[in-house]
Design a protein around this ligand. Structure first.
Ligand code: AMP
Ligand code: MG
Length: 315
C-alpha cells in the first residue's frame, strides 16, 4: 500500500492540496480538534471517496468546513442565535446544525439526505489557509477508518488511510484532540446540544442560555431517521426487472439500455455518488414504485443498501 506524502502547509503544499481536491481526491487536513479527511463537499463523487476511504457502513451527515461566517451563510440559514454563536466561537471547534440554504452547493450525499447542514469554521491556520485557497466547502469527518481512534497527527492519517488519501497536510499535533461541540439552531426549536465536545456547555450557555437536550427527532441520530430524504414512491428492493407502474433503478453492466443506472460499470463508489440524485429523478416521474436492482454488499454497497432498506421500510 502506498503511503500518502506528508506535506508542509506552506504555499506550495496548499497548492498541491487544492489540486488534489480539484481532482476529486480526499486530503488529510489538520484541524484544532482532530485530523479530518477532507474532500470537496459540492462533489458527490469526492464525498463518496470519503465514505469509501473510511469504510463506514452507513452514510452519516458530514460536517461542511468553510473559511468564514459569510461562506457558511451561503450554505446554511443561520438565525440570530446561530450568528451569535458563530461570532463568539468561530473560527473554532463549534459545529452549527442549521437548515440548508436554498442556494447551497453542498451535495446531498454529504448531508446524508438531510435538509439541515452541519457547518464549522475551524481555527487551525493550515485548515483556514486550505479553505480560503480552495474557496469551496470541504466535507471532513475524522481521518480514521471507521471504528478506529481519531488521528491527532499527520503520520497517523497516512498510516491508517493508505490510498484513500492523496496527501496529508502536516499541521503538527492537533491540540484539542476531541471532536467539535455540535449545537443545532433550527426554526421553532430551542438550541439543542447534539454532541458535547471541545467547547464546554457552560461557555455556550453564558451567551445563549440553557441548551436543550437532543431529542428523538431529526437531529439526534441523523443516520436513522425518517426525515432523511425518502421518496414518495415505494421502493421494491432486489428487483430483477420493473413491473407495470414501476421504474427501474439499475446497477451494473447487465442492466437494460436506457435504465437509470447507479453505475454501469458496477462501481459502488460511483453508485453512492449517484444514489440521491437518481432516487429523486425516478421519484419525479410519479411512478408508484421504484424497483431497485440488487447491489452487492461490498465496499460502499453496504452503506447504499442500508440507505435503501430505510427508504423501503414501511412509513
Ligand atoms: P464528525 O464525527 O466530527 O465528523 O461529525 C459528524 C457528526 O456531525 C454527525 O455524526 C452528526 O452527529 C453531526 N452532523 C453533521 N451534519 C449534521 C446535520 N445536517 N444534522 C444533524 N447532525 C449533523
Ligand atoms: Mg470520527
Amino acid at each position: 500500500m502506498t503511503r500518502a506524502p506528508l506535506v508542509a502547509p506552506d504555499a506550495e503544499g496548499i497548492a498541491r492540496a487544492v489540486a488534489a481536491l480539484d481532482a476529486g481526491r480526499a486530503v488529510g487536513m489538520p484541524t484544532e480538534t482532530v485530523y479530518g479527511l477532507a474532500a470537496d463537499a459540492t462533489d458527490a463523487r469526492a464525498v463518496a471517496e470519503i465514505y469509501a476511504a473510511k469504510g463506514r457502513p452507513r452514510f452519516n451527515p458530514l460536517i461542511a468546513h468553510v473559511a468564514s461566517v459569510d461562506a457558511a451563510r451561503i450554505e446554511g440559514q443561520l438565525d440570530e442565535r446561530a450568528l451569535a454563536l458563530a461570532a463568539a466561537f468561530w473560527p473554532g471547534p463549534l459545529t452549527l446544525v442549521v437548515p440548508v440554504a436554498p442556494g447551497g452547493a453542498v451535495c446531498e450525499l454529504a448531508r446524508a439526505g438531510l435538509d439541515t447542514i452541519g457547518l464549522r469554521v475551524p481555527s487551525h491556520p493550515a485548515a483556514l489557509r486550505l479553505l480560503q485557497a480552495v474557496a469551496r466547502p470541504l466535507a471532513a469527518p475524522s481521518a480514521n477508518p471507521s471504528g478506529r481512534l481519531s488521528p491527532t497527527c499527520a503520520a497517523d492519517v497516512a498510516d491508517e488511510l493508505g490510498e484513500g488519501v492523496a496527501l496529508v497536510l502536516d499541521g503538527g499535533p492537533s491540540n484539542v484532540g476531541i471532536e467539535s461541540t455540535i449545537v443545532a439552531a433550527l426554526p421553532g426549536e430551542p438550541l439543542r446540544l447534539l454532541r458535547p465536545g471541545a467547547i464546554a456547555r457552560a461557555e455556550i450557555e453564558v451567551l445563549v442560555g440553557a441548551l436543550s437536550a437532543a431529542h428523538d427527532g431529526a437531529v439526534r441520530a441523523p443516520g436513522q431517521l425518517a426525515s432523511h430524504y425518502a421518496p414518495q414512491a415505494r421502493l421494491r428492493l432486489d428487483a430483477t426487472a420493473a413491473e407495470p407502474g414501476e421504474v427501474l433503478l439499475a446497477f451494473g453492466p447487465d442492466a437494460p439500455a436506457g435504465a437509470a443506472n447507479l453505475s454501469a460499470s458496477g462501481d459502488p463508489v460511483e453508485a453512492a455518488a449517484r444514489l440521491y440524485a437518481l432516487l429523486r429523478q425516478l421519484d419525479a416521474t410519479g411512478a408508484a414504485a421504484i424497483a431497485v436492482a440488487p447491489i452487492p454488499d461490498i465496499g460502499l454497497g453496504e452503506a447504499i443498501n442500508d440507505r435503501l432498506r430505510r427508504a423501503a421500510a414501511p412509513r
